[in-house]
Write a protein that binds this ligand. Structure first.
Ligand code: HEM
Length: 121
């Protein structure tokens, strides 16, 4: 029973992740950040993005997010404006998904908690 349920949740999340990325690369405010020739870095991001959100209470995640985005803040001027645009994509992908409003809310709150870490503050 439990295994069946988690497969279902994983399946829903997979769809959210792929919709989320379609929205990101189509968003003119932030698409430039994802025109990265390092496809492997982006794939890693894709896989780890939601894991990071689900582990947001862990201090290690904050440190990891700081380091992962440091170069973007320092060299490519990643700001709140970009973070907000990413959040909008996330909210839209979640709205369109089969996750419950409560599940969606938890994920968005986790993303918000990582804002300062992502923006290297
Ligand atoms: C809560 C918000 C965010 C989370 C949880 C998150 C998560 C991640 C993760 C897990 C990685 C992979 C790090 C690695 O390869 O080890 C990553 C990399 C990356 N993130 Fe984010 N991210 C967030 C916000 C953003 C925002 C706002 C942008 C830009 C608009 C962004 C752009 C990128 C880019 C371009 C990379 C690849 C960096 C590289 O060149 O290696 N991220 N992110």
């Amino acid at each position: 029973m439990t295994a069946g349920m988690s497969v279902k949740v994983t399946d829903k999340l997979d769809k959210v992740v792929s919709r989320f990325y379609d929205l990101l690369v189509a968003n003119p405010l932030i698409s430039e950040f994802f025109k990265d020739p390092d496809v492997n870095a982006l794939k890693r991001k894709q896989v780890w993005f939601f894991s990071s959100l689900l582990m947001e209470t862990n201090q290690g995640t904050h440190d990891y997010m700081r380091q992962a985005h440091k170069g973007l803040v320092m060299k490519r001027k990643l700001t709140d404006e970009h973070f907000d645009a990413l959040l909008e994509c996330l909210v839209q992908a979640l709205d369109e998904s089969e996750l419950t409003p409560d599940e969606a809310k938890t994920i968005v709150q986790s993303a918000e908690h990582l804002r300062d870490a992502v923006l290297y503050r």
